[in-house]
Design a protein around this ligand. Structure first.
Ligand code: SF4
Ligand code: SF4
Length: 300
C-alpha cells in the first residue's frame, strides 16, 4: 500500500488548474525558493508549527516535551529546533491549538475518498484533482497511483511541478496526467541557483520530456522584481518557451502571503524587502510575451 506525506488537501480550488479542483499538497521539495509561500512544504517530514496568536503561555507544552525543547522566553514560547524531534506530543496537549503537526502519512485510498467528495463539481466545471506541494514528483509513486486511480474514475488530473525531479519520476506520473503546470523561474543557471539554491539544467531537460509526452502544458513564471523580471530576462524566458513549442503562460506576481508561516516555523523570511510587481511591470511583460506569440495572462 503506497502512502504519501500530505500537508493539506484543499477543496474548491480555482487557481490550480481548469475548473473547480481539489488540490493535494505533498511534503518535500529539493528547491529552496526564496519567495516560497509554503515553507512548511519544503522538508519531507512532519513538522511542529507554533501560532503565537493562539498561545496563552500556559506552559503545558513545556512540561510535555520529552526533549526539553520548549522554553518560555521574553517573547513567548520558543522551540529549539535542534532538540525537537517533531514527535508531536506538545501539539497533542496544547489546550488552545497553538501547536500543530504539519504533514501526515495518507494512503492513496484515503486521499481518493477526499477527492471523490467533489466529483459532481468537477463534472460541472471541468475540474478535477491537482497534485502540488512541495514538489509532488518527490513522491512520484504516490502521485502516479493517485492519478491512475483518478483516471479510472474519470477525474481530470493536473501536475503542478517545479520541474526539479528525476526524468524517471516525470515519466511515471506523466502517463496518468492530463495537464502540467510547469515553473520556469529563470533561464540563467547561476541566477536560478541564487533564487532557488539549485541550477536549472535538470528543469530544462525535464521540460523537453514533458513537451515530447504530448500532455498539455501551461508554463508558470513567478514575477519577482529585481530577481527575474527585467525585459532581457523575460525575453530569454519567452524565447525558451516559444522554442520549446509551447504557448500558454501564466505570470504569478510575487506576494507575501506566506510570511506568517516562516514565523510559525521559526525561520527567517529571506525577501523581507521585496515588494510585489507594479501593474505596469506586469502589463509590459504580458505585451512582451505576446510579441513572442505566447498566450500570456496574469494570475493573482
Ligand atoms: S500548551 Fe499551547 S497555549 Fe500553552 S504555552 Fe504551549 S503552545 Fe502556548
Ligand atoms: S514536537 Fe515533540 S520534541 Fe518537538 S517541541 Fe513538541 S514535544 Fe518537544
Amino acid at each position: 500500500m503506497i502512502t504519501g506525506k500530505i500537508f493539506n488537501i484543499q477543496r474548491y480550488s480555482i487557481d490550480d488548474g481548469p475548473g473547480i479542483r481539489t488540490t493535494v499538497f505533498l511534503k518535500g521539495c529539493p528547491l529552496r525558493c526564496k519567495w516560497c509561500s509554503n515553507p512548511e512544504s519544503q522538508n519531507a517530514w512532519p513538522e511542529i508549527v507554533h501560532r503565537d496568536s493562539f498561545c496563552h503561555r500556559c506552559g503545558t507544552c513545556i512540561t510535555a516535551c520529552p526533549e526539553k525543547a520548549i522554553v518560555l522566553g521574553d517573547k513567548g514560547i520558543e522551540i529549539d529546533r535542534h532538540l525537537c524531534t517533531n514527535c508531536g506530543r506538545c501539539a497533542e496537549v496544547c489546550p488552545y491549538n497553538a501547536l500543530e503537526m504539519v504533514g501526515q502519512e495518507m494512503l492513496v485510498d484515503d486521499v481518493l475518498s477526499e477527492v471523490r467528495r467533489d466529483a459532481e463539481y468537477y463534472r460541472v466545471s471541468g475540474g478535477g484533482v491537482t497534485a502540488s506541494g512541495g514538489e509532488p514528483l518527490s513522491q512520484a509513486d504516490f502521485v502516479a497511483e493517485l492519478f491512475a486511480r483518478c483516471g479510472e474514475e474519470g477525474i481530470h488530473t493536473c501536475l503542478d511541478t517545479s520541474g526539479y525531479a528525476s526524468p524517471g519520476a516525470f515519466k511515471k506520473v506523466l502517463a496518468y496526467t492530463n495537464i502540467v503546470f510547469f515553473d520556469i523561474k529563470h533561464t540563467d543557471p547561476e541566477r536560478h541557483e541564487e533564487m532557488t539554491k539549485h541550477q536549472n539544467g535538470v528543469i530544462l531537460d525535464n521540460l523537453q520530456i514533458v513537451v515530447k509526452s504530448g500532455v498539455d502544458v501551461i508554463i508558470r513564471i513567478p514575477v519577482l522584481s529585481g530577481l527575474n523580471s527585467t525585459v532581457e530576462e523575460m525575453a530569454d524566458t519567452a524565447k525558451l518557451i516559444r522554442d520549446s513549442g509551447l504557448n500558454k503562460v501564466h505570470l504569478l506576481p510575487y506576494h507575501k502571503y506566506g510570511v506568517g508561516k516562516y514565523e510559525m516555523l521559526d525561520r527567517e523570511y529571506p525577501l523581507e524587502d521585496l515588494v510585489p510587481p507594479a501593474p505596469e511591470e506586469l502589463e509590459a511583460i504580458v505585451r512582451m510575451m505576446n510579441k513572442y506569440s505566447l498566450d500570456c495572462e496574469v494570475r493573482i
